[in-house]
Design a protein around this ligand. Structure first.
Ligand code: PMP
Length: 426
């Protein structure tokens, strides 16, 4: 197979043969598939085999791969400019659009990734409060910045040590970590340390260690304590932003963060991240304020225009109820087909267009320590059985699945047929 050949070559020139760890099959075993093209809900690999894609580039593609309306805007942009390194109207249009639609955002700064967005937001929070400490939650992933690679998820999920090498104690000495869903520990920590904590960062819908929906009371508790102690509340909506409704989890929960971080959908599939919030905080950023943050390719016209095309389509069409319905249809049928042949019962945790397949548990799992033992191995078997039949899930049991509007009823039914075949062969 061509993928195997390419992987052997890739390993010679790139670490692990990949440019981001979760693309490798380290968590599920075997060699990764190399893809050459994508359209809508489908991927085509270098051997010409087609797959129905439930990874969707890990989330940016709300309307599927290369949606014709977005593709048209991208084509137009290519004919105009690739990069200015100067002021242009496209980022202004996207900024104005977002500011006009999301009440707690007064100003926004575009960067090139979710990691950059969170890294910059922390700097703003430290400047705004004059404090050094940062609070995060076990299992939440906020990108690969030093200070937050502590008890993170994503490519670090399921590893015996969650910390990355190369991050000295001095870089994480100000990072405090709490378990999710634990009000008592939260209150105690704020009583002890609240006055020293610059920012509490959370994925309001943790989606990097499986899908761990939080109780609204817990999230409100965080917001209340943050306010009481003068700590900034940072919602990392890199996955949930513009996916769990246009206003993300903040909108759904009715909780206004001081700073919000975006990535993925905001760039319509191009490398864009953003941090945003109230002007009193955002005005601390250079050149207006003293928090330095810059970027050669920031607010790249391709990302800005693909982002605006995606967001304005989402605003106009409100695709969210439909994709949530598709997700429910898919996962309820998928799990019943799998369960006919499985030694144990599977279920899917769904939130809107996100899903997480796992062993059925009596209670809703809300924190890392409650994830059933053997999950990684069980998922790996299922992953490979489905992959063989042409269904591509994210290659880790700790990553969530993504649906798009391109996943039509026919494609979902085809997925179920393929799953039936996969289970027969298992
Ligand atoms: N925050 C969250 C919640 C994420 O899911 C991710 C990436 N999956 C990031 C931050 C980092 O984003 P990026 O990979 O664009 O740096």
């Amino acid at each position: 197979m061509k993928s195997d050949e390419l992987f052997e070559r890739a390993k010679l020139v790139s670490p692990g043969g990949v440019h981001s760890p979760v693309r490798s099959f380290a968590s599920v075993g075997g060699n990764p598939v190399f893809f050459k093209s994508a359209m809508g809900a489908h991927l085509t690999d270098v051997d010409g085999k087609e797959y129905i894609d439930y990874c969707q580039s890990f989330g940016p593609l709300l309307f599927g791969h290369r949606h014709p309306e977005i593709a048209e805007v991208v084509r137009e942009t290519i004919e105009t400019a690739w990069s200015f390194g100067a002021c242009e109207p496209y980022s202004l249009a996207l900024a104005e659009f977002i500011v006009s639609k999301i009440p707690f955002i007064e100003k926004i700064r575009f960067v090139n990734s979710g990691t950059e967005a969170v890294m910059s937001a922390l700097r703003v929070a430290r400047a705004a409060t004059g404090r050094s400490k940062i609070l995060k939650f076990d299992g939440c992933y906020h990108g690969h910045l030093d200070a937050l690679l502590v008890k993170a998820g994503s490519g670090l999920a399921g590893l015996s040590s969650s910390d990355s090498a190369g991050i000295g104690e001095e870089l994480i000495q100000n990072t405090l970590v709490l378990p999710l869903d634990d009000d008592e520990s939260l209150i105690q920590l704020f009583e002890r340390e609240g006055k020293n904590i610059s920012v509490v960062a959370i994925e309001p819908l943790p989606a990097n260690y499986g899908l761990l929906p939080q109780r609204i009371e817990f999230l409100k508790n965080i917001a209340t304590l943050a306010k009481k102690y003068g700590t900034l509340l940072l919602f990392d909506e890199v996955i949930s932003g513009f996916r769990m409704g246009f206003q993300g989890m903040a909108g759904l929960l009715g909780i206004e963060p001081d700073i919000v971080c975006y990535g993925k959908i905001i760039g319509g599939g191009f490398p864009v991240g953003a941090y945003a919030g109230k002007a009193i905080f955002m005005d601390l950023v250079a050149p207006q304020g003293k928090v330095y943050q810059a970027g050669t390719l920031s607010a790249n016209p391709l990302g800005m225009r693909a982002g605006l095309a995606t967001l304005s389509k989402a605003w106009k069409e409100d695709p969210y109820p439909l994709i949530a319905e598709s997700t429910k249809f898919l996962t309820s049928n998928l799990t019943s087909i799998i369960n006919e042949k499985s030694d144990f019962e599977w279920e899917s945790v769904n939130e809107g267009s996100l899903f997480w397949l796992k062993q059925k548990t009596n209670e809703q799992i809300r924190k890392v320590s409650s994830i059933p033992k053997g999950h990684k191995e069980n998922f790996a078997k299922l992953f490979h059985a489905l992959l063989k039949e042409g269904i591509y899930l994210a290659p880790s049991g700790y990553e969530v699945g993504f649906l798009s509007t391109a996943h039509t009823k026919e494609i979902l039914s085809e997925t179920l047929d393929k799953t039936r075949t996969a289970m027969k062969k298992l």
